[in-house]
Design a protein around this ligand. Structure first.
Ligand code: MD5
Ligand code: FE
Length: 203
């Protein structure tokens, strides 16, 4: 079902479940072309979340900062192409949330192992802040921290389950957000991990 969290923020419960097998197969293809790796933050810390990208552009972090790059710095080659099932899922979810004609060029794949977390941050490296962001949760459940436009705003906790899809646009696009440390578990499809697909228009 569809839950409006606030203007511009929509949670589509279970939206991706019907496509889980196709998503799983596509994920396997993508990870065989570009392995998960733990990026280093500009401050020199190793991120607990493992990442890779598919699409024409990918989000990367290193000692020089955050950026979108058409080339995987690890391989020196372009990122794997975005699977059609990913693109269609992101587009359909955006439309269901009220954002027509979403054309993502970047899909960041985040892999959380037990204990992995994402501290409170804003997504603001994208050129076009008018485009929404679509996020797909797969595998183990997680607690999403959803704050306001200021870092000090106290976040609310939203449980995210396998197949849940969130769309962020308009006023909520720049809200602070994060993920609490993942709890251990076993998911029938994704095993001991949570996978998150984040679709963006980077350029
Ligand atoms: C995740 N990933 O669960 C989340 C899903 C990231 C990241 O945050 O940067 O890789 S994306 C959640 C999101 C995106 C854009 C805006 C807002 C939340 N928001 O305004 O709350 O791995
Ligand atoms: Fe984010």
């Amino acid at each position: 079902w569809r839950e409006q969290l606030c203007p511009g923020a929509v949670l589509l419960h279970g939206f991706a479940v019907p496509d889980e097998a196709a998503i799983f197969a596509a994920l396997h293809r993508v990870t065989s072309e570009a392995p998960f790796r733990h990026l280093i933050t500009p401050g020199g810390f190793r991120m607990s979340v493992a990442m890779l990208n598919c699409g024409t552009h990918g989000w990367v972090s290193d000692r020089n900062g955050y950026r979108y790059d058409a080339i995987d710095p690890e391989s020196g080659k372009p990122w794997p192409r975005m699977p059609d099932v990913f693109r269609k899922l992101a587009r359909d979810a955006a439309a269901s949330a009220g954002f027509e004609d979403f054309e993502p060029d970047a899909c960041l794949v985040n892999r959380y192992e037990p204990g992995a977390r994402l501290s409170l941050h804003q997504d603001k490296n994208e050129r076009d802040l008018g485009a929404p962001i679509v996020s797909v949760s797969l595998g183990l459940p997680a607690v999403f921290l959803w704050g306001g436009l200021r870092r000090e705003d106290r976040p609310v906790r939203i449980p995210l389950m396998h197949g849940d899809v969130m769309a962020w646009g308009g006023p909520s696009r720049l809200c602070y957000h994060g993920i609490l440390p993942l709890k251990e578990g076993n998911h029938p499809l994704m095993g001991g991990y949570r996978i998150n697909l984040t679709f963006r228009k980077a350029t």
